[in-house]
Design a protein around this ligand. Structure first.
Ligand SMILES: [Zn+2]
Length: 172
C-alpha cells in the first residue's frame, strides 16, 4: 500500500449499489444487453484460473504493484475477466496512473458492479465482474479529465485479447 493509494482511498466515496446498471449480453459480449449473472460458488473457478488469479477474484486479494505485465502494456485490444471472459475494459481507456496497477478511465458499460469495501478502515469502492462476481479492483476519484475516475485493476484478474484476434466465448 503506497502513499498515493492511501490518499486516494480517502477520496473514494460510494458511487453505485452492487451490480447496478447491467447492459452487456452473455451471448454478445460487447453489445448493450444485460449479462446473465452466474451463480457458481468460488470453488467452481479453482481449476479454471491460476492460483494467483483465484485469490484476487474470489478472495479479494490484491496483487503486488508493478507485478503485472499488463501494467506497462498498451497494445490495442480488449481486457476480459480472467474467470468468465466477459470483456471489462478497452485498450483505448487504459492509461499509466503511475500506481503499478493496470488503470483505466472507464469500464465497458455494464461490465462491472461496485460496492463499498471497509476492509482498510476507510471506505473504498471495489468492483466486480457483473457476470461471475469475480473481484477485479477498486475505483478512485483521481483519474484524468474528463471522467475523473481511476479504475485500478489487478492485472492477474484480466485476460488480454489483441484487437486482431476474436474474443473467446464466454465461459461458465
Ligand atoms: Zn467474470
Amino acid at each position: 500500500m503506497n502513499r498515493r493509494t492511501l490518499l486516494t482511498g480517502l477520496a473514494s466515496l460510494p458511487v453505485l449499489p452492487l451490480f447496478s446498471g447491467f447492459t452487456l449480453a452473455a451471448d454478445s459480449p460487447l453489445s448493450a444487453q444485460p449479462p446473465t449473472r452466474l451463480a457458481h460458488p468460488p470453488s467452481y473457478w479453482r481449476d479454471k484460473v491460476s492460483a494467483e488469479a483465484w485469490k484476487v477474484l474470489f478472495e479479494e486479494a490484491t496483487e503486488r504493484p508493478g507485478s503485472s505485465p499488463l501494467d506497462q502494456f498498451y497494445e490495442p485490444g480488449n481486457y476480459l475477466c480472467a474467470a468468465c471472459y466477459l470483456p471489462l475494459f478497452r485498450s483505448e481507456d487504459k492509461y499509466d496512473s503511475g500506481t503499478g496497477w493496470p488503470s483505466f478511465t472507464q469500464p465497458i458499460e455494464g461490465a462491472l458492479g461496485t460496492k463499498l469495501d471497509f476492509r482498510l478502515l476507510w471506505p473504498r469502492t471495489e468492483y466486480h465482474c457483473a457476470r461471475c462476481g469475480g473481484h477485479q479492483g477498486h475505483v478512485f476519484n483521481d483519474g484524468p479529465a474528463p471522467l475523473g475516475k481511476r479504475w485500478c485493476n489487478n492485472g492477474v484478474a484480466l485476460r488480454f485479447v489483441p484487437a486482431d484476434q476474436p474474443l473467446p466465448p464466454l465461459r461458465g
